[in-house]
Design a protein around this ligand. Structure first.
Ligand code: MN
Length: 289
């Protein structure tokens, strides 16, 4: 079978369409405020290309989720000022929300979550956010910029409950924002027993959940190519245990997966990110059965 490298999993069903799809993949190759390593702009393309190498039958969920229709939209145009691009992202979200499919937004740097979350916060009065990340991302501004990747969750944290996991890097200007107000932060070093962590995460989330996954929440041995890596993150199976439980117990409105970079040394990051996204789709599909 000839695979199409511009769509998720490299193929789609005959007569696939946006209204018919159970999953909607939206590439957002935005990169503007990166402070250290570069390459998130190439992330979505690399993840789509790698997804064509992921097996269509998933060995854990025992599903062939692609058959439920996965629609990949054109990439969001990320040219222009941050304000212009964020407006475009929010408009795209509003378009996508008209359909039944669960959206997977693929970044791009984490700042896009600010624009992605706005329409969900507006629509769902009891929304909460599961924030998987190495970094707290709760600075009001970073290097003078309120739309930096280091501020990704700050606006949302003033409006809805944000539950943070994987956190192992907190700046001196944001340390007062963790475990304060609407933010519940599970620092990685204090929460290494995943079996104990999961029920606490579930307890702190509302029933309606938006999941934002910065892939640097994983240990760098799982996801090596990220802009600002940190040691000691989630293992593959630990993270899957958490995501499976949250998906099974909560109503998931959308998922974003951000900060995957492309580098020349290897293809581990894009491959594992693609597999993660397909696995999460599998959990969502299993739940419906
Ligand atoms: Mn991060």
């Amino acid at each position: 079978m000839k695979k199409n490298k511009t769509i998720f999993m490299g193929l789609e069903r005959k007569n696939n369409s946006l209204p018919l799809s159970n999953y909607i993949v939206v590439p957002i190759p935005f990169e503007r405020s990166v402070s250290y390593g570069h390459g998130t702009a190439f992330g979505p393309k690399a993840v789509l290309e790698a997804s064509a190498q992921v097996e269509l039958w998933d060995e854990e969920t025992k599903t062939e989720t692609w058959k439920e229709n996965i629609f990949t939209t054109a990439a969001v145009n990320c040219k222009g000022t941050t304000r212009i691009v964020f407006n475009r992202i929010t408009k795209t979200v509003k378009d996508v929300m008209r359909y039944k499919g669960i959206p997977f937004y693929i970044g791009g740097e984490h700042s896009i979550t600010q624009a992605l979350l706005e329409p969900y916060i507006e629509k769902y009065k009891k929304l909460s956010v599961l924030h998987f990340d190495a970094h707290a991302d709760l600075r009001a501004k970073f290097e003078g910029n309120p739309h930096s990747h280091a501020c990704a969750l700050y606006p949302a944290s003033k409006q809805v409950p944000v539950v943070q996991v994987g956190i192992r890097s907190v700046g001196d200007t944001e340390c007062e924002n963790i475990n304060s107000g609407k933010v519940k932060t599970f620092l990685m070093h204090e929460n290494r027993d995943i079996k104990k962590l999961i029920p606490q995460v579930l307890k702190n989330l509302t029933d309606t959940v938006y999941i934002t996954i910065d892939v640097d929440g994983f240990d760098p041995s799982v996801i090596p190519a990220t802009g600002t890596p940190q040691p000691g993150g989630f293992g593959w199976y630990e993270a899957l245990d958490l995501f499976r439980e949250v998906i099974n117990k909560k109503n998931i409105v959308a998922i974003d997966v951000v900060e995957a970079c492309r580098r020349d040394e290897d293809t581990i990051t894009e491959m594992n990110t693609a597999k993660l996204i397909y696995r999460l789709m599998g959990y969502l599909s299993q739940k419906k059965k």
